[in-house]
Design a protein around this ligand. Sequence first.
Ligand code: ATP
Length: 452
Amino acid sequence: METLVSLCKRRGFVYPAAEIYGGFANAWDYGPLGAELRRNIRNAWWRAMVQERDDVVGLEATVITNPKVWVASGHVSTFNDPMVDCKNCQSRFRADHIDLAGPCPDCGMTGQFTEPRLFNMMMQTYVGPVQSEENVAYLRPETAQGMFINFENVLTSTRKKLPFGIAQNGRSFRNEITPGNFIFRTREFEQMEMEYFVKPGEHHAAYDYWRKERFRWFLRLGIKPEKLRYLMHPKEALAHYSIGTTDIEYLYPIGWQELEGIASRSDYDLRQHSELSGQQLSFFDEESKQHIVPYVVEPAAGVDRTFLALLCDAYDEETLENGEKRTVLHLHPTIAPVTVAILPLSRNEKLTPTARRVWELLRPHFVTQYDDSQAIGRRYRRQDEIGTPWCVTVDFQTVEADQAVTIRERDSMAQERVPIGGLLAALRERHDAAVARSAALAAGYEPELPKE
Ligand code: ATP
């Protein structure tokens, strides 16, 4: 993990937040490459969950909303984690994360834990100039409630029929007791959630469908299947709204940990909001002429945990045939922060105009980087280290003889010469082939669901 943290800082993926002020515990800012990578993750999710489907629509709800939402959802009364303190070193832990009879993970002393206390994880603020009880509001701890409270609006404006889903992506906030492990657990993070509404009774099939579908989505991003697994929550450990929850876990350097959760949420949320708002949230079924309160299946993923899984999965240190070492991120082309780097062989003025022309040709179509500093070998290494799938090199032969350039492929390091006129098509072809390959792999992969 440390190697990755340092690469992230050095190359501009992730910086410690507010570093010039000594940082801010467990908060991270995303640098230029990190911002691109996160955008690619969100876009890939939105494409797969909303745009490629005809049964899911999108939504963007506010972060701060009417606090009654959190009363109805159960977050005000039950969004609690049991917390213990070590009396010796004052470290704080989640009681369900450690062995309370064992030694303190920080100082090693045994028998020093306080009794577990419940701690509400919602972040509070005040809306308006007066800091009074009536003006308390919360920063959302999940994006899901935005979909439930807009259920009626979406139904009316889109005329969707069951089954259908509403998806949203955005920041959520939790006052986590034990944040840490780089960007794995932070107090401000970003979620990608979808509520899929079905007729009661159809939720078992929907739960299975989405558990598999979401597993496959990670394969489409190039994540290795052997690094993913399901973990089913035991019945007695389910959240208050859940009738079944399965996590998709990734084998991070810190071990198997939750990357995404898929929950079968029953009709809990819609019923709660109907009751507290006084507005009936249901679907009128033309066939049976009855109002149905749909059941909900929710795949809930994290942008930050996907980011971390992608980097861990892509990271490699290779020894080349000549004994040289290279660090490479084998990021999928749909995810890589830079898709094509344009590298003139040198800064020689003969090369610059053509190299710039090639750059202009590609810029509208791909995220590109132009780099003409230092030796070409070092520039290849730099691009390998940030996961750029293709480098395009402009050399003297290009300008003096053939108006052709070299495409150098990151993983195989194979080089191929193509005429500038056919360069865009050649890169497109490679890009589309990579997308098709992972899509075929994902489609053909049958993940084995855990036994009930
Ligand atoms: P955990 O058990 O790790 O606390 P959770 O089960 O509470 O997570 P969910 O409520 O299911 O998490 O949230 C859905 C997704 O949001 C998680 O799978 C994860 O990717 C992301 N997520 C939740 N909490 C955090 C956090 N503190 N930091 C980063 N990502 C988070």
